[in-house]
Design a protein around this ligand. Structure first.
Ligand code: ADP
Ligand code: MG
Length: 264
């Protein structure tokens, strides 16, 4: 191994996942091979039902892999107990959802503190607050710490969710359609934030079914029927910030943009 950037964070070998039992089984993943190296920013694409969320849930240790092997930073996830898997998740991973999954009755700051309460090491109240403030600052929301989710825009809520995902200093971020509920302008902002975090060394894996969003990633993996159909580098990777600036010039502030019609 020559450089840190060469390290494999994720290795999947022949990973299967089947839901249900007996006659009503669904084979969601049918032998997925995938290696992701530190510092990559990967878009997972594919039609609805192709297994994208199943893959993310397995990568995120939210669900147990079926037959096959999943190595996360060299640890064989399939061999871990449920508790050990939860520990690994809390230490190594940040997960971001399409609909944010924030607790509605707590402030942005408290939402961000939450994962630290489950961290295997006990963290003092003072340190919790300090780290949560730092994470909110990283996503540009230091001045909204006391706001509740319903006092924030969709894009701001997603930033809180990203801050929450960052607070345990994860090895990688997983985001399942993080811009699926956001308008174009806000989607570009969120992708720009992911690019910044990625430039700072964080590995990012995100699901999108919008080709425009995949262009901000360094690599695209396409699933079909539970298998990797295509896996290639993004040769003409774009800057989301640059596109956002161009978007602003074309569409002056305040103008409402309809979302492009989605393919699937
Ligand atoms: P995608 O995210 O690409 O739309 P999913 O991973 O959600 O695909 O689903 C893959 C397949 O697995 C689909 O056929 C879906 O209906 C099925 N599936 C997903 N989750 C479950 C579940 N909890 N129980 C049964 N079938 C499921
Ligand atoms: Mg899905």
């Amino acid at each position: 191994m020559t450089e840190r950037t060469e390290e494999a964070v994720v290795v999947l070998e022949g990973v299967h996942k089947t839901y249900g039992t007996g006659g009503s089984q669904v084979a969601a993943l049918r032998g997925v091979d995938l290696t992701i190296r530190r510092g990559e920013m990967v878009a997972v694409m594919g039609p609805s039902g192709s297994g994208k969320s199943t893959l993310m849930n397995i990568l995120g240790c939210l669900d147990r892999p079926g037959p096959g092997r999943y190595l996360l930073d060299g640890v064989d996830v399939g061999r871990l107990s449920r508790d050990k898997r939860a520990d690994l998740r809390n230490r190594k991973l940040g997960f971001i959802f399409q609909d944010f999954h924030l607790l509605s009755r707590t402030s942005a700051l408290e939402n961000v503190e939450m994962p630290m309460l489950y961290h295997p090491e006990r963290i003092s109240g003072r340190e919790l607050r300090r780290r949560a403030e730092e994470a909110l600052e990283r996503v540009g929301l230091a001045d909204r710490a006391g706001h509740h989710p319903n006092q924030l825009s969709g894009g701001q809520q997603q930033r809180v969710a990203i801050a929450r995902a960052l607070v345990n200093r994860p090895t990688f971020l997983l985001a399942d359609e993080p811009t699926g509920n956001l308008d174009t302008r806000t989607s570009l902002d969120i992708m720009s934030l992911f690019q910044e975090l990625n430039a700072g060394g964080l590995t990012v894996i995100l699901v999108t079914h919008e080709p425009e969003m995949s262009r901000f990633c360094s690599r695209v993996v396409v699933l079909r029927d539970g298998l990797v159909e295509r896996d290639e580098p993004m040769d003409s990777r774009q800057s989301a910030r640059g596109l956002r600036e161009a978007f602003d010039r074309e569409h002056p502030a305040g103008e409402i943009q309809p979302r492009p019609v989605e393919a699937s």
